[in-house]
Write a protein that binds this ligand. Structure first.
Ligand SMILES: Cc1cc2nc3c(=O)[nH]c(=O)nc-3n(C[C@H](O)[C@H](O)[C@H](O)COP(=O)(O)OP(=O)(O)OC[C@H]3O[C@@H](n4cnc5c(N)ncnc54)[C@H](O)[C@@H]3O)c2cc1C
Length: 335
């Protein structure tokens, strides 16, 4: 591995939703490709008050953190972020750059790739250092039907990593600090084509983030009415679970987008996943690859979800849901 190759960067945006969760996972991914050594692993935090978050990284063993902060980064305008990061990359010359595959960071990565004429592997779920020193990545393709192994031919290797596929880097030393390097981008040259005129908080969708839920009860198109969906909620309350949905139900507005599981939704890793009236198309099952136990209920004995289920119940939702809710309520009363 060349010296340049060895310099691994984790790039995070402190204003991006889910910043801390993805940062912990990226540190773990970075540690894996640096042979467990933290020596060559640095982090870049960009955002309005980015330096506030440096400790998160130091406590997890990172020794060097680059900071790009200030009012210019108040709104996450990808164009501005990419311009500043491009300047920093050109100046410091890292060999590998890891970013989250979230909506915001994947856009920034694409802009960086175009700007600096670098290759980009997007949406990886696993990365590895090959004997050549190059990084290879596994990524789902054809809607998750196939897994492709990709190696970058670019000198600087940039990879976005899908959330939920790496564990969180543990605290190494709560008292540890490190080298903080402030980066001042050449701001006058940042002349964005987008200007934010006004912003207001997104209305709350009413459902919590299911990424870290231990039990998820998920509804698919087998659930046809609001009344049936209400029963899904009841079942989930009785089990202390979170509610998930497939994309068709998100499109129909049964629950907020933050409950959608799958390739364009959340990746979850619950101990128990209960699929109600879900066929098991790859776009959806890509989001539940890390579920420990899968129970599915479907009236079609040949539904593809059966293949990946630990327990498959052939039943009509209309009969199954009232029966299981009644039984669980009886059991709760006995308790
Ligand atoms: C680019 C792209 C990205 C996508 N991203 C996602 C994504 O992130 N997440 C996602 O979920 N989908 C996604 N989709 C859609 C995906 O391809 C499937 O269409 C979707 O997952 C199917 O959802 P479903 O299982 O709820 O519906 P269906 O495939 O229609 O399955 C419904 C199931 O319910 C069963 N059923 C019907 N009635 C009953 C009943 N009364 N009792 C019991 N069982 C019953 C049926 O037998 C069937 O198996 C994406 C598609 C594209 C093209």
């Amino acid at each position: 591995m060349t010296e340049k190759n060895k310099k691994i960067w984790i790039v995070c945006a402190s204003n991006a939703p889910g910043f801390e969760q993805s940062a912990y996972e990226l540190i773990e991914a970075g540690r894996e490709i640096s042979d467990g050594s933290m020596e060559n692993l640095s982090c870049v935090i960009i955002g309005r008050k980015a330096s506030k978050y440096a400790d998160i990284f130091f406590k997890r063993g990172i020794k060097k953190v680059y900071i790009a902060e200030g009012e210019i980064y108040k709104n996450l305008i990808e164009e501005i972020y990419a311009d500043a990061l491009a300047q920093l990359i050109l100046e410091k010359n890292p060999g590998k750059i890891l970013l989250s595959a979230s909506k915001e960071l994947r856009t920034i990565a694409a802009r960086l790739a175009a700007k600096l004429n670098m290759g980009l592997i997007s949406d990886a779920i696993k990365i590895k250092t090959e004997a050549s020193g190059k990084t290879s990545a596994i990524k789902p393709t054809f809607g998750g039907e196939l897994m492709a192994k990709i190696e970058s031919r670019s000198q600087v290797e940039m990879i976005t990593i899908r959330e939920g596929f790496y564990s969180k880097a543990p605290l190494v030393n709560p008292a540890q600090s490190g080298e903080l390097i402030n980066f001042k981008s050449d701001l006058p040259q940042l002349n964005p084509k987008i200007k934010i005129i006004e912003s207001s908080p997104k209305p709350k969708e009413g459902d919590e983030d299911i990424s870290n839920a231990e039990i998820v009860v998920a509804a698919g198109r087998g659930i046809k009415t609001k009344e049936e969906f209400e029963m899904v909620r009841q079942l989930s309350d009785l089990l202390g679970a979170s509610v998930g949905i497939t994309r068709p139900l998100a499109d129909l507005g049964f629950a907020g987008e933050n409950c959608q599981i799958g390739i364009t939704g959340k990746t979850i890793k619950p101990k128990l996943y209960i699929a109600l009236g879900i066929s098991g198309k790859a776009h959806h099952t890509q989001g539940i690859l890390n579920a420990k136990t899968i129970i599915s209920v479907n009236k079609d004995p040949d539904a593809p979800i059966k293949e990946i289920s630990d327990y498959f119940i052939e039943a009509d939702i209309k009969e199954f849901l009232p029966a299981i809710i009644k039984k669980l309520k009886e059991l709760k009363e006995i308790e």
